[in-house]
Design a protein around this ligand. Sequence first.
Ligand code: MN
Length: 248
Amino acid sequence: MKKSVKNRREFLKTTGMISVSAFVLPSWACAAGKTAMSGFTAEEIPFEQQPLPYAYNALESVIDTMTMEIHYSKHAAAYAKNLADALKAESVDKSSEKLSSLLGKISKYSAKMRNNGGGHYNHEFFWKSMKSPVESNSPQSAIMKAFIKDFGSFDAFKNQFAEAGKNRFGSGWAWLVKTADKKLVVGSTPNQDNPLMDVSELKGTPLLGLDVWEHAYYLKYQNRRPDYINAWWNVVDWKVVQKRFDAA
Ligand code: MN
């Protein structure tokens, strides 16, 4: 196993397709668990806000420093704090419950839990889906085949995803999910809902999510949400998306 990884790495290195570091994934990328109610294998997210995986200015060319700082330290921090309050008020035992599983039965909880549990999960998931721009930033191997099978081409997927983001009226998220029958599907959710929730129309394991709330882009892009979506492709970390695809 180790040998084949090495051989593949050598092959990719010599063919110049991908950098060696592409195969060194952080430990969280491997953390996956089956959610109790939804049955989806979703990436696990701790109940508390985690450190941002890069500096506020790391994605500057696409997401300006001030937006990143306010988004993480004010908006996302508030979702995490309000989630903590809701967990306490509704007597959720964090030692025996997982956030993804709680979202799978969110209809049993308050609107505060739904808004802030979703808000916290979505933002943590979002930060991990991005990295500093790299020269060659496109998906490899297995997920690329799935894009071609389910959308016709990678560009067709990107167009459909961009449309989902543009057409989400008001605030919400655009998503790429892997459904229970292992298909890739694009859609969107309102507010802070996500595809793990039992109340969501779009259901599946999230592979990629884009925040299309105005707070995510207004300082740099103002009313031009489509420009924000177009620019965002430059900071998507496809290695992470591939890992989620493999685990789902
Ligand atoms: Mn946001």
